[in-house]
Write a protein that binds this ligand. Structure first.
Ligand code: PGA
Length: 250
Protein backbone atom coordinates (compact mmCIF):
# COMPACT_ATOMS: atom_id res chain seq x y z
CA UNK A 1 0.00 0.00 0.00
CA UNK A 2 1.24 3.45 -0.80
CA UNK A 3 2.16 5.80 2.06
CA UNK A 4 -0.37 8.42 3.12
CA UNK A 5 -0.26 11.82 1.43
CA UNK A 6 0.94 14.98 3.12
CA UNK A 7 0.20 18.36 1.54
CA UNK A 8 1.89 21.38 3.09
CA UNK A 9 1.52 25.08 2.39
CA UNK A 10 4.52 27.35 2.87
CA UNK A 11 3.24 30.91 3.04
CA UNK A 12 6.76 32.35 2.99
CA UNK A 13 7.00 36.09 3.73
CA UNK A 14 3.41 36.84 2.85
CA UNK A 15 0.29 37.98 4.70
CA UNK A 16 -0.56 40.20 7.60
CA UNK A 17 -2.21 38.57 10.60
CA UNK A 18 -5.69 39.41 9.32
CA UNK A 19 -4.92 37.92 5.91
CA UNK A 20 -3.38 34.84 7.48
CA UNK A 21 -6.44 34.35 9.69
CA UNK A 22 -8.74 34.63 6.69
CA UNK A 23 -6.80 32.01 4.74
CA UNK A 24 -6.51 29.67 7.71
CA UNK A 25 -10.28 29.86 8.35
CA UNK A 26 -11.03 29.12 4.71
CA UNK A 27 -8.70 26.11 4.75
CA UNK A 28 -10.18 24.73 7.95
CA UNK A 29 -13.64 25.05 6.50
CA UNK A 30 -12.90 23.65 3.05
CA UNK A 31 -10.55 20.85 4.12
CA UNK A 32 -12.56 19.54 7.04
CA UNK A 33 -13.44 16.41 5.09
CA UNK A 34 -10.01 16.21 3.45
CA UNK A 35 -8.55 12.73 3.31
CA UNK A 36 -4.88 13.57 3.62
CA UNK A 37 -2.50 15.15 6.10
CA UNK A 38 -2.18 18.94 5.86
CA UNK A 39 0.07 21.70 7.13
CA UNK A 40 -0.03 25.48 7.06
CA UNK A 41 3.23 27.33 7.66
CA UNK A 42 2.62 31.07 8.09
CA UNK A 43 5.29 33.65 8.90
CA UNK A 44 6.45 33.77 12.52
CA UNK A 45 4.38 36.92 13.03
CA UNK A 46 1.13 35.13 12.17
CA UNK A 47 1.70 31.90 14.10
CA UNK A 48 -0.09 33.09 17.20
CA UNK A 49 -3.07 34.18 15.11
CA UNK A 50 -3.31 30.99 13.07
CA UNK A 51 -2.67 28.59 15.98
CA UNK A 52 -6.17 28.72 17.55
CA UNK A 53 -7.81 28.55 14.11
CA UNK A 54 -6.16 25.25 13.12
CA UNK A 55 -6.01 23.74 16.59
CA UNK A 56 -7.90 20.45 16.78
CA UNK A 57 -8.42 20.33 13.00
CA UNK A 58 -6.71 18.17 10.37
CA UNK A 59 -4.32 21.04 9.58
CA UNK A 60 -1.02 21.10 11.43
CA UNK A 61 0.75 24.31 12.34
CA UNK A 62 4.21 24.74 10.86
CA UNK A 63 7.04 27.25 11.13
CA UNK A 64 9.32 28.05 8.20
CA UNK A 65 12.59 27.98 10.12
CA UNK A 66 14.07 27.94 13.61
CA UNK A 67 17.35 28.91 15.24
CA UNK A 68 20.10 26.35 15.67
CA UNK A 69 20.40 27.25 19.35
CA UNK A 70 17.73 26.86 21.96
CA UNK A 71 18.05 30.33 23.48
CA UNK A 72 20.52 33.11 24.12
CA UNK A 73 22.09 36.09 22.42
CA UNK A 74 20.92 35.47 18.84
CA UNK A 75 19.41 38.70 17.61
CA UNK A 76 16.66 38.18 15.06
CA UNK A 77 16.39 34.42 15.53
CA UNK A 78 13.41 32.39 16.75
CA UNK A 79 13.86 29.48 19.13
CA UNK A 80 12.23 26.07 19.17
CA UNK A 81 11.07 26.83 22.71
CA UNK A 82 9.21 29.89 21.45
CA UNK A 83 7.70 27.88 18.61
CA UNK A 84 6.60 25.16 20.99
CA UNK A 85 4.99 27.82 23.18
CA UNK A 86 2.90 28.92 20.18
CA UNK A 87 1.68 25.41 19.44
CA UNK A 88 3.86 24.84 16.38
CA UNK A 89 4.09 21.14 15.52
CA UNK A 90 6.33 21.08 12.46
CA UNK A 91 9.39 23.03 11.34
CA UNK A 92 10.42 23.38 7.70
CA UNK A 93 14.22 23.34 7.52
CA UNK A 94 16.76 23.72 4.75
CA UNK A 95 14.38 25.40 2.33
CA UNK A 96 16.26 26.43 -0.81
CA UNK A 97 15.65 30.09 0.00
CA UNK A 98 17.39 29.54 3.36
CA UNK A 99 20.20 27.63 1.68
CA UNK A 100 20.82 30.00 -1.21
CA UNK A 101 19.64 33.47 -0.14
CA UNK A 102 20.69 33.13 3.49
CA UNK A 103 23.66 30.82 3.00
CA UNK A 104 22.60 28.05 5.32
CA UNK A 105 24.79 24.98 4.83
CA UNK A 106 24.18 21.32 5.62
CA UNK A 107 25.99 21.58 8.93
CA UNK A 108 23.79 24.41 10.19
CA UNK A 109 20.64 22.77 8.83
CA UNK A 110 21.60 19.51 10.52
CA UNK A 111 22.02 21.29 13.83
CA UNK A 112 18.52 22.73 13.47
CA UNK A 113 17.08 19.36 12.43
CA UNK A 114 18.53 17.63 15.49
CA UNK A 115 17.43 20.40 17.85
CA UNK A 116 13.87 20.46 16.48
CA UNK A 117 13.60 16.66 16.66
CA UNK A 118 14.96 16.64 20.21
CA UNK A 119 12.16 19.03 21.17
CA UNK A 120 9.50 16.77 19.69
CA UNK A 121 8.80 18.59 16.43
CA UNK A 122 8.15 17.02 13.09
CA UNK A 123 10.71 18.28 10.57
CA UNK A 124 10.28 18.83 6.85
CA UNK A 125 13.82 18.70 5.49
CA UNK A 126 14.02 20.39 2.09
CA UNK A 127 16.56 19.33 -0.49
CA UNK A 128 17.05 20.02 -4.17
CA UNK A 129 19.55 20.87 -6.85
CA UNK A 130 20.21 24.10 -8.73
CA UNK A 131 19.68 24.23 -12.50
CA UNK A 132 23.41 24.21 -13.21
CA UNK A 133 23.82 21.18 -10.97
CA UNK A 134 21.07 19.34 -12.84
CA UNK A 135 22.56 20.30 -16.18
CA UNK A 136 25.94 19.04 -15.01
CA UNK A 137 24.33 15.67 -14.19
CA UNK A 138 24.76 16.22 -10.46
CA UNK A 139 21.14 16.30 -9.27
CA UNK A 140 21.38 12.97 -7.46
CA UNK A 141 24.78 13.67 -5.94
CA UNK A 142 23.55 17.01 -4.58
CA UNK A 143 20.41 15.47 -3.11
CA UNK A 144 22.38 12.64 -1.61
CA UNK A 145 24.76 15.09 0.06
CA UNK A 146 21.87 17.14 1.44
CA UNK A 147 20.06 14.07 2.78
CA UNK A 148 23.21 12.70 4.40
CA UNK A 149 24.22 16.08 5.77
CA UNK A 150 20.74 16.98 7.00
CA UNK A 151 20.16 13.64 8.71
CA UNK A 152 23.62 13.22 10.22
CA UNK A 153 23.23 11.93 13.78
CA UNK A 154 19.43 11.52 13.50
CA UNK A 155 18.39 8.24 15.11
CA UNK A 156 16.21 5.67 13.38
CA UNK A 157 13.53 6.42 15.98
CA UNK A 158 13.56 10.15 15.29
CA UNK A 159 13.50 9.56 11.54
CA UNK A 160 9.83 8.70 11.96
CA UNK A 161 9.24 12.43 12.51
CA UNK A 162 11.19 13.49 9.41
CA UNK A 163 9.58 14.28 6.08
CA UNK A 164 11.78 15.05 3.08
CA UNK A 165 10.69 17.64 0.52
CA UNK A 166 12.42 17.38 -2.84
CA UNK A 167 12.29 20.81 -4.42
CA UNK A 168 14.44 21.32 -7.51
CA UNK A 169 15.51 24.93 -7.08
CA UNK A 170 14.88 25.76 -10.75
CA UNK A 171 11.22 24.80 -10.29
CA UNK A 172 10.48 26.95 -7.24
CA UNK A 173 8.32 29.94 -8.00
CA UNK A 174 9.24 29.77 -11.68
CA UNK A 175 6.19 28.04 -13.10
CA UNK A 176 8.49 25.24 -14.28
CA UNK A 177 7.72 21.85 -12.80
CA UNK A 178 9.88 18.78 -13.02
CA UNK A 179 8.06 16.22 -15.12
CA UNK A 180 6.32 13.73 -12.85
CA UNK A 181 8.70 11.05 -14.16
CA UNK A 182 11.84 13.12 -13.50
CA UNK A 183 10.62 14.02 -10.02
CA UNK A 184 9.75 10.40 -9.29
CA UNK A 185 13.22 9.27 -10.34
CA UNK A 186 14.83 11.60 -7.81
CA UNK A 187 12.32 10.57 -5.15
CA UNK A 188 13.17 6.91 -5.77
CA UNK A 189 16.84 7.74 -5.50
CA UNK A 190 16.35 9.67 -2.24
CA UNK A 191 14.39 6.75 -0.85
CA UNK A 192 17.33 4.50 -1.70
CA UNK A 193 19.70 6.86 0.09
CA UNK A 194 17.49 6.74 3.20
CA UNK A 195 17.45 2.94 2.89
CA UNK A 196 21.22 2.86 2.87
CA UNK A 197 21.48 5.17 5.87
CA UNK A 198 18.78 3.45 7.91
CA UNK A 199 16.92 0.39 6.64
CA UNK A 200 14.72 -0.78 3.77
CA UNK A 201 11.71 -0.38 6.08
CA UNK A 202 12.64 3.24 6.83
CA UNK A 203 13.01 3.90 3.10
CA UNK A 204 9.59 2.41 2.48
CA UNK A 205 7.94 4.51 5.19
CA UNK A 206 9.48 7.95 4.79
CA UNK A 207 7.21 10.58 3.29
CA UNK A 208 8.83 12.44 0.40
CA UNK A 209 6.98 15.53 -0.78
CA UNK A 210 7.59 17.22 -4.11
CA UNK A 211 7.82 21.00 -4.27
CA UNK A 212 8.26 23.49 -7.07
CA UNK A 213 5.36 25.14 -8.88
CA UNK A 214 2.79 22.59 -7.73
CA UNK A 215 -0.65 23.79 -8.82
CA UNK A 216 -4.15 22.39 -9.17
CA UNK A 217 -3.43 21.46 -12.81
CA UNK A 218 -0.39 19.27 -12.12
CA UNK A 219 -1.02 17.94 -8.60
CA UNK A 220 -2.86 14.73 -9.46
CA UNK A 221 -0.27 13.58 -11.97
CA UNK A 222 2.59 14.27 -9.59
CA UNK A 223 0.82 12.51 -6.72
CA UNK A 224 0.15 9.48 -8.90
CA UNK A 225 3.87 8.70 -9.04
CA UNK A 226 5.03 5.76 -6.99
CA UNK A 227 7.50 7.69 -4.86
CA UNK A 228 5.75 11.06 -4.49
CA UNK A 229 3.86 11.24 -1.21
CA UNK A 230 2.64 14.79 -1.13
CA UNK A 231 3.58 18.35 -1.90
CA UNK A 232 5.20 21.39 -0.39
CA UNK A 233 3.37 24.25 -2.01
CA UNK A 234 4.46 27.89 -2.12
CA UNK A 235 2.69 30.29 -4.49
CA UNK A 236 -0.46 28.19 -4.84
CA UNK A 237 -0.73 27.90 -1.03
CA UNK A 238 -1.51 31.60 -0.69
CA UNK A 239 -5.13 31.22 -1.76
CA UNK A 240 -7.69 28.67 -0.63
CA UNK A 241 -8.94 28.50 -4.21
CA UNK A 242 -5.63 27.09 -5.40
CA UNK A 243 -4.49 25.19 -2.30
CA UNK A 244 -7.73 23.31 -1.68
CA UNK A 245 -7.82 21.60 -5.10
CA UNK A 246 -4.20 20.53 -4.62
CA UNK A 247 -5.00 19.25 -1.14
CA UNK A 248 -7.94 17.30 -2.57
CA UNK A 249 -6.25 16.17 -5.76
CA UNK A 250 -7.61 13.23 -7.65
P1 PGA B 1 6.34 27.28 -5.25
O1 PGA B 1 7.23 27.15 -3.94
O2 PGA B 1 5.21 26.34 -5.09
O3 PGA B 1 5.93 28.73 -5.29
O4 PGA B 1 7.22 26.91 -6.41
C1 PGA B 1 7.49 25.90 -3.37
C2 PGA B 1 8.35 26.05 -2.16
O5 PGA B 1 9.23 26.92 -2.14
O6 PGA B 1 8.18 25.31 -1.18
Amino acid sequence: MKRSYYIAGNWKMHKTRAEAAELAKALVDRLKDGKHKYLAAPSFTSLETVAPIVKGTNIRLGAQNCAAEEQGAHTGEVSVLQLKDLGVQTVILGHSERRHLYKEDDELINKKVRLALSRGFEVILCIGELLEEREAGRAEAVCQGQVRGGLDGVSAGDLGRVVIAYEPVWAIGTGKTATPQDADAVHAFVRKVVGGLYSPAAAEQIIIQYGGSVKPENAAELMAQENIDGALVGGAALKADTFVPIAQFG
